[in-house]
Each structure stands twice: as C-alpha cells, then as structure tokens.
Design a protein around this ligand. Structure first.
Ligand SMILES: C=C(O[C@H]1C=CC=C(C(=O)O)[C@@H]1O)C(=O)O
Length: 363
C-alpha cells in the first residue's frame, strides 16, 4: 500500500488513507482520475470531505479502488516541532478575538462561540511520515491523510465523531471541555466546561429528535485525546425509515462543539471576526454510504434455503479537528476552543497552544 500511496502522491492523483479509532489496519481509497467530484445531497457513496462553511463545496473521493491492510514503515527522517511557540502577535490577536467573543455573549442571547486560529509552521516533514506518526501517537483517534490536486492536502487525528449510521442505527457524540491529560488524576470539571458540553448535548439531542423517536443520551464522562481530555456523552437511536443520513448530517453540522449556539448567530460572528478561512477545519470527513450486501433466508424454517439479498448502507463521519493543511513548505495548523460568558482569554489561548502540540509533535 505504501508504494501505491507514494505513486499517487507523485502522480498528483486524489486519494485518502485513514485509520479508524482503535483499529490497526489502514484503509486507502484511490480515485482513478483527477476529476473534482462534489456532493449534492449525501445520497452519494465515497469518502466525503466537507468544509466548515457549507456554502463552500463538499468533496467526494469515490470508491474507485479501496485497499485495506497493514502499512509498511516509512524510512524517512523524523523531526518534531513540539517546543515551537507561536508569535507574541498571534497571542495578542487571539486574546482580542476571545475578549470580543465574551463581550458579545455577555450582551446578547448567544451562549457559546467556538473561536479559532491558524498557525503556519515551516516544515517539510513527509506526508506519509506525518500519517505514520499520527497513527502511532493517537491510537484512539480517527487519523487520516487526504489529497486532491485541486484542493490540497490535509492530515489530522480527530477525537470527535459527527455521526455513524449503520442501516437506521444512528450514533453520535457530544464532545467539549478540554484539560491536559494527567495519569491517575481525577478531573473536577468546572461550571464553564460542564455548561459548554451540555450546550452541545442538548443541541444534538434536540436536532436528532426530528428523525429519531427514542434518543438515548449517556452521562458525560472523560474522553482522552492524546495529551488532552474532553467531556463526552454518547447519543444514539434508531432513525425513522422515511429519513436519510443526509437529513441527519444537515441537521447536525455545524454543532455547537465547533460553531456555537444559537448556530446561525455564532456562525455569523465566526465568519466575520475570525478573519481567516477555516476551509476544512471543523468540517467533517469519512465514509459515506458504504454499501454492504448481506444474504438472508427468507424463511428460517424453509430447508429449501430461499435466500435473498439486502443492501445495507453504513456511514462513519468525523469532525475535522486536530488537523493541518500541507503545502510544499508549510504545515498550517488549525486550532480553536469553545467560548462562553465565563471564558478567561489567557486560558483559552493556552488551550489552543496545548491543542496545537498534538500536531507539532509529529512535524
Ligand atoms: C474546536 C476544537 O475542539 C472542540 C472539540 C473538543 C473540545 C473543545 C473545547 O474544549 O473547546 C472544542 O469544542 C479544536 O480542537 O480545534
């Protein structure tokens, strides 16, 4: 598989390689042409790559060729930029952005806004080395390397599921609140963190109730993401048969975990005040409508074995967090955090620094 990935990189053809949370095998999807396929209503089948702002194009890499297996080790030099600190100017800019966010929240009905920044690092660490080290460092994350010649190259290790659908069974999570992970240390989550995660849970549950009769929400528990820990609730249910995965995706994205609440007002603030294009950061990605054929007996008592085939579809989508864009000479990291009325700008800055180290560690 390594040779094929190198060949696709060299020929500048679209591909995606990914490793699912807690899996050992890598999957890779290779597109046989350099056409730019886009998604219109999520009835398509392929690997989807969606931006934060849905007025921009959602890209699809069709399943032209899919390989699955162990990936050979990349024998190229490995460096790290973990100790690299952002500039004083970036610090000041982020503090100002967060202060503005807190002020707007305190003076309006907005409860939460997720504010972010990007950080450019001069690095030519090879994409396949980045992919390998993300896999080594973050076994419980969804780790990927994605490329399309007309769009660019992205890599990441995200802890967050947007939605997984197996037939009509829908599962998702509400993830928010961030602390540094410390071995054997019990975390006492503060009111700000509990609230920011509850906003996400309530929103997701309310949105899903439009399509699911019995929505189940688990208690919030700590969810480790490399050197960080978040608060996480699992949310699930069975989608009523008149709806599709497209309805669920459209209702969920962008959740308050990466945008804010109320959605439209938070989004308007982000688009106006962040002053940069998030592009695919805080968008989502993953397998869309993978078709699985199963054979079943029409009648179990019937020894004649009149089997019939059913096609079941499954999708597994993740929120594009802890990610970077790879250009020829730079690695551009995207990082953010949830702001509420109680946010402390300096702590929010520190949180983005801690999140950036997830990526710097492998550069
Ligand atoms: C927006 C990001 O994280 C989100 C997901 C988990 C915890 C978050 C937080 O604590 O603020 C964010 O909502 C990011 O990592 O860039």
């Amino acid at each position: 598989m390594l040779n094929k990935l190198s060949e696709y990189l060299q020929k500048q053809l679209p591909f995606v390689a990914y490793r699912k949370p807690n899996a050992t095998k890598v999957k890779a999807v290779f597109q046989h042409s350099d056409t730019l396929h886009t998604v219109t209503d999520f009835s398509e089948s392929g690997f989807v790559f969606a931006p934060f702002d849905t007025s921009q194009q959602t890209i699809l890499i069709p399943f032209d060729e899919v390989l699955e297996g162990e990936l050979e080790t990349v024998t190229l030099p490995k460096t790290t930029t973990e100790a690299l600190m952002p500039s004083a100017e970036a610090h000041k800019k982020h503090l100002q952005l967060v202060e503005k966010g807190v002020e707007v929240i305190q003076n309006s009905d907005i409860q939460k806004i997720v504010l972010s920044r990007k950080e450019e690092i001069e690095s030519q660490q090879h994409p396949l080395v980045i992919f390998e080290r993300l896999r080594e460092n973050y076994p419980t994350a969804f780790v990927y390397l994605w490329y399309h010649p007309e769009v660019g190259m992205w890599a990441g290790a995200t802890p967050e599921t947007l939605v997984s659908a197996n037939g009509n069974t829908i599962k998702t999570m509400s993830l928010a609140g961030t602390r540094k992970f410390e071995e054997n240390a019990a975390i006492s989550w503060n009111q700000k963190e509990i609230e920011e995660q509850q906003i996400v849970t309530d929103y997701i549950a309310a949105q899903l109730k439009k399509f699911i009769t019995n929505v189940t929400v688990s208690e919030a528990t700590p969810h480790r993401a490399g050197s960080l820990v978040h608060l996480c609730s699992m949310i699930s249910g069975r989608m009523n048969s008149e709806f599709t995965i497209g309805d669920i995706i459209t209702a969920l994205h962008p959740t308050p975990a990466i945008c804010g609440f109320p959605t439209e007002k938070a989004k308007a603030f982000i688009l106006q005040e962040e002053k940069y294009n998030r592009a695919f950061y805080t968008g989502f990605l993953g397998e869309l409508n993978v078709k699985e054929e199963t054979s079943r007996n029409r009648n179990r008592k019937n020894q004649e074995n009149s089997a019939y085939r059913t096609v079941r579809s499954h999708s597994e989508l993740y929120v594009n967090l802890r990610c970077m864009e790879l250009t020829d000479t730079k690695r551009i990291l995207y990082i953010g955090g949830g702001i509420t009325k109680d946010s402390n700008p300096e702590s929010e800055w520190q949180e983005t620094v801690a999140k950036s180290q997830i990526m710097k560690r492998v550069l």
